[in-house]
Design a protein around this ligand. Structure first.
Ligand code: IVH
Length: 658
């Protein structure tokens, strides 16, 4: 009988061996089912005996694979030379034209601001993903890159195909992540680029999976045999690899200028950050002729946009208390116009950030609009400091309720520990009524503040005890508006369970996570009964989220809130009662692979609204796999397990059968 330590060691080696057989040698020796069994055994043992986890554990493959001194890039990953004005862009274009006797076209592409990765498909399987590193050696980030939903796990391509692209974090996801980190007292990411590259290097792919990273492929490095870049990008699109749809093909200087303008004008409307555009020669013969320096190719140039920064005066600092009590210092600024809107406040994030900036009240500061809607202070102009500048003093007590602030170990933010603190109550109410939560229209900040001050609202549950009569006698509140508010409150009772879950303000549970939990557990009661193992078995739920959930369900105040909400008649069950229990969809689990004619989320929402479930992966418990165009590896797996596979129209037929 082996000790757990010995078995963990042995399993670690066995799994590594089979990984290599599968991904590198394209010659697997065992079936997926056998592999899964080994993987599960190791996972369970590691959970029970974390002290024996091996440094090279295949479960925490990312980074740990750095033990192998990284991954050598088959072709060095170069960077791009920067230019900041039209003259440099013009020089580049005319040089390429004269060198090729006019036999050149150009692509102009958004320069996405994220992290460069190289992705290798071997025999159609995503076999390896690596960071740029020093250009010659990168880090193995395969497990994390596999969590990027837009990147297929398998493609219909027999040879080796090496592509490169930019992994980025969409602005909305960046805001969500930083908001949650703020609430949890964790250090914030400075911008979406840092957040993307930080997320790629995490040791636990489950945490990476919780952060919705995205990717656009911008080059094919080897394998395809095409003669132009655009042909290669078309190939990528056909294979289902995501390519930026703003890439433009241009055949002269004027059209290059127009393309640069088009992208620059769209800059702030895009869902992700770009810091410029890239101009590339399209023909590979021209590229070969131009060659490269050790650092940059001579056939491409980055055209960088000026940063959207401006200076203003820091007039004061206020300290905002969020719904979990975390205190955020906010810069009160002399109002200035910055990329289209007037800015009078900017975030200073936390104490560390204030120290790093070395900023004082009265200083001239640079502010910048990054991925966040709220701008941030990025630099202090110490040379312009007035003689009467005042140091920023972080309060010892909550500015709202005067409770001494605490600073939990390992957190960068101070917190107000008083759950009844009016600032905290107001923030949780605002969250509760907000558009993505219970969506109670007309229930604005002014009304919330007043009702909290009067002691009428103490928790979100109290909203459901408000009457039309008491609202209509309030100042500036007529019969009509109070009637509307009461109607909106009543209507909110119909919001589905996942929204109730999101609105309740569980730490770590954003709107997306709430949907996942709701579809998995189907009811609040089931969720409350779940243990660590059940929770972490759900794809997208990491140890940290699970722990926060378990803690919340032990917290007396939170349990009281749930009782109030339950008594108010809110949905604590995910199903829609009008669907007969024996309908073709209800109670059945579905999974989608490949591209459908409409957004995957729409179909998933429909499944849930019809009482079905969306599974996290292929397992023998899956009822249906819906396949679209270019299905991924899930199809193979499902077929092996004998799962019913249906097309999108087959799914429509199922619905009609209801
Ligand atoms: S082409 C050999 N195209 O910008 C040069 N790069 O500053 C390959 N980037 O390391 C780069 N969008 O991470 C290229 N459409 C695009 C890009 C892009 C973003 C990044 C890439 C590169 C960096 C250079």
């Amino acid at each position: 009988m082996m000790t757990p330590e010995e078995r963990i060691k042995q399993l670690t080696e066995i799994i590594f061996y089979h990984n290599r057989k599968y991904y590198t040698d394209n010659n697997p020796e065992i079936s997926d089912t056998e592999y899964d069994a080994l993987y599960r055994e190791l996972k369970e043992l590691e959970e029970r005996y974390p002290e024996y986890i091996q440094t090279g554990s295949p479960l925490k493959k990312v980074g740990a694979a750095g033990a192998v001194a990284g991954v050598r890039h088959a072709i060095p990953m170069l960077s791009l030379e920067n230019s900041y004005n039209r003259i440099d862009a013009e020089k580049f274009v005319t040089k390429m034209m004269s060198e090729s006797n006019g036999q050149v076209t150009f692509t102009v592409e958004p320069k996405m601001d994220g992290a460069a990765v190289s992705v290798t498909y071997g025999n159609g399987i995503l076999a390896l993903a690596a960071t740029r590193g020093d250009g010659t050696y990168g880090e193995d980030i395969t497990a994390n890159v596999r969590t990027i939903r837009s990147l297929p796990e398998s493609i219909d391509y027999k040879d080796v195909l090496i592509v490169r692209g930019e992994v980025f974090m969409p602005k909305a996801e960046f805001q969500r992540l930083n908001r949650e980190r703020g609430e949890d007292g964790l250090p914030l990411f400075a911008n979406p680029r840092n957040a993307a590259s930080g997320s790629l290097k995490l040791l636990d792919p489950l945490i990476t999976a919780e952060r919705a990273l995205d990717i656009r492929i911008y080059s094919v490095d080897s394998g395809a045999g095409n003669i132009t870049h655009t042909d290669d990008m078309d190939l990528c699109k056909r294979l289902g690899l995501p390519v930026n749809d703003l890439n433009m093909l241009c055949d002269d200087l004027n059209s290059v200028y127009t393309a640069l303008d088009t992208i620059e004008n769209l800059r702030f409307t895009l869902p992700y950050d770009i810091d410029g555009a890239v101009i590339k020669a399209n023909e590979y013969t021209v590229r070969a002729e131009a060659g490269s320096t050790v650092k940059f190719p001579r056939w491409a140039i980055a055209y960088k946009y000026p940063a959207q920064q401006i200076t203003t005066i820091l007039k004061g600092v206020s300290f905002q208390v969020g719904r979990t009590g975390a205190v955020t210092p906010v810069a009160e600024l002399k109002p200035v116009l910055l990329s289209g809107s007037t800015v009078s406040r900017a975030t200073l994030h936390n104490e560390e950030e204030i120290t790093r900036l070395g900023v004082m009240i009265g200083d001239t500061v640079f502010i910048e609009k990054g991925g966040e809607v709220i701008p941030k202070v990025v630099k202090t102009v110490t040379e312009k400091r007035p003689a009467d500048a005042i140091p920023i003093v972080f309060p010892e007590k909550c500015s709202e309720c005067e409770t001494p602030l605490i600073k939990p170990e390992g957190e960068v933010r101070r917190r107000c520990p008083n759950r009844r603190c009016h600032a905290r109550v107001k923030a949780s109410l605002l969250h509760f009524v907000s558009r993505n939560a219970m969506d109670i229209e007309g229930f604005g900040e002014t009304l919330i503040n007043a009702l909290v001050e009067e002691g009428r609202l103490k928790t979100p549950g109290d909203i459901y005890t408000l009457t039309k009569e008491e609202l209509e006698t309030r100042e500036r509140m007529g019969k009509k508006s109070s009637g509307n508010i009461i109607a909106a409150i009543k209507k909110s009772r119909e919001q589905p369970f996942d929204r109730v879950l999101f609105a309740s303000g569980l730490p770590q549970v954003g709107a997306r996570m709430a949907k996942t939990l709701a579809s998995h557990f189907g009811s609040m009661d089931n969720l409350m009964l779940a243990d660590m193992e059940t929770l972490t078995n759900i794809p997208d739920v990491g140890d940290k989220t699970a722990k926060f959930l378990l803690d919340a369900f032990k917290d007396k105040d939170f349990l009281n809130l749930l009782t109030d909400l339950r008594n108010a008649g809110l949905n604590f069950i995910a199903h829609t009662p009008e669907i007969p229990a024996d309908s073709a969809v209800s109670g059945k689990s579905f999974l989608i692979t490949g591209a459908l004619s409409r957004p995957r989320k729409d179909v998933e929402d429909q499944i849930i609204s019809l009482g079905g479930k969306v599974a996290g992966g292929v397992s023998k418990n899956l009822n249906y796999l819906i396949v679209g165009e270019k299905p991924g590896g899930k199809l193979d797996k499902a077929q092996k397990l004998g799962i019913t596979v249906i097309t999108e129209s087959g799914f429509s037929d199922l619905i009609r059968k209801l």
